[in-house]
Design a protein around this ligand. Structure first.
Ligand SMILES: NC(=O)c1ccc[n+]([C@@H]2O[C@H](COP(=O)([O-])OP(=O)(O)OC[C@H]3O[C@@H](n4cnc5c(N)ncnc54)[C@H](OP(=O)(O)O)[C@@H]3O)[C@@H](O)[C@H]2O)c1
Length: 296
């Protein structure tokens, strides 16, 4: 790889941190924007010859301008919000980064991660109608606006872009088994990929000749079945305010209790119609007595 300098937004956690690790291993120079630079202090000790940490916030134009110094060749953006509340983190980050890049007036590439949920193509009914519209809506609004802003701001400029849209993410070792479709095409797969793989793909969008040409939109998936299972309730807990999470849990519990009671009642009615002579209470009590006696 060339000795390039890359500016990175969102490099303290998640995909961005994976990008950072991979770039440092490759010997690339990296400038990282960090709200809290102490999150990178262990890396800074070992890689001070490659790493420059710029303290700042992606929503502040002057901080992003400091990050994207004249020495920077390309920009990676792996920003993300943690709570599903109205936000403009990614959109502001894109606007500020593009403003700073345009001032440098040179050929550069901007690679940004959003999500396959930005696409019109449906995943399944529950995801499209419940998750996307009600539980992840603010994330998607921000990502959709950010993509739009990127396309507008790069028109007739020296900046080319790659948008990388992964499905659901997990923290697990890289597999290097990602597949991708382009534009609106979303390839079939297991819908679960690792942050490390996505980070590696984003770097490839800067250096792999098959992925670096022109403005591209990559929709990622994999056919590999990852062992890690997603805990959906844990995911909800981490992306929404606790009272909202609690309401949803109570709602699910009430629905399940309701379905359980109705099923029991329906079974009892069916039994009464088909086998009126069978007395269920007698069967249960004799079974209980037998099991108690066998445990003596
Ligand atoms: N979770 C999924 O399954 C999934 C699926 C598809 C796509 N995505 C999207 O992929 C992206 C990356 O996801 P991830 O889970 O890897 O992200 P993440 O772990 O939440 O990391 C987000 C990064 O953005 C930084 N950041 C947030 N606001 C910032 C600000 N105002 N200024 C500077 N830095 C800021 C965070 O820094 P701090 O350390 O300072 O917080 C962190 O480094 C997100 O946009 C996410 O919505 C997620």
């Amino acid at each position: 790889m060339d000795q390039k300098e890359i500016a990175l937004l969102g490099g303290t956690q998640g995909i961005g941190r994976q990008c950072l690790l991979l770039m440092l291993i490759k010997g690339l120079k990296v400038r990282v924007l960090a709200r809290n630079p102490s999150m990178l202090s262990s890396l800074n000790e070992k890689y001070s010859h490659l790493l420059t940490i710029v303290k700042g916030d992606a929503t502040r134009e002057e901080d992003v301008a400091k990050l994207i110094a004249p020495s920077v060749d390309h920009v990676l953006c792996a920003l993300g919000a943690r709570l599903n509340e109205p936000t403009t983190i990614i959109e502001s980050g894109v606007n500020n980064a593009l403003k700073a890049m345009k001032k440098l007036d040179k050929e550069m590439r901007f690679v940004m991660v959003t999500s396959n949920g930005v696409l019109e193509a449906g995943v399944n009914w529950f995801y499209d109608n419940i998750m996307k519209k009600h539980l992840l809506n603010h994330f998607y609004d921000d990502m959709t606006r950010a993509e739009k802003a990127l396309k507008q701001l790069t028109e007739n400029s020296k900046i080319s872009y790659a948008i990388v849209r992964p499905p659901q993410l997990i923290d697990a070792p890289a597999t290097l088994e990602l597949i991708h479709g382009e534009g609106e095409y979303y390839p079939h797969g297991t819908h679960l990929v690792t942050r490390e793989d996505v980070g590696a793909f984003m770097i490839e969008c800067l250096f792999n000749e098959n992925l670096t040409k022109g403005n591209r939109e990559f929709n990622l998936n994999t056919t590999k079945v990852l062992e890690t299972k997603i805990d959906n309730m844990q995911t909800l807990k981490s992306i929404m305010p606790y009272p909202k999470y609690l309401m949803i849990r109570l709602f699910i519990f009430s629905v399940m209790t309701g379905i359980g009671s109705l099923s029991a009642f329906a079974l009892y009615k069916i039994k009464s119609l088909l086998f009126p002579s069978i007395d269920i209470s007698k069967i249960i009590s004799s079974w209980l007595i037998k099991s108690l006696e066998s445990n003596k």
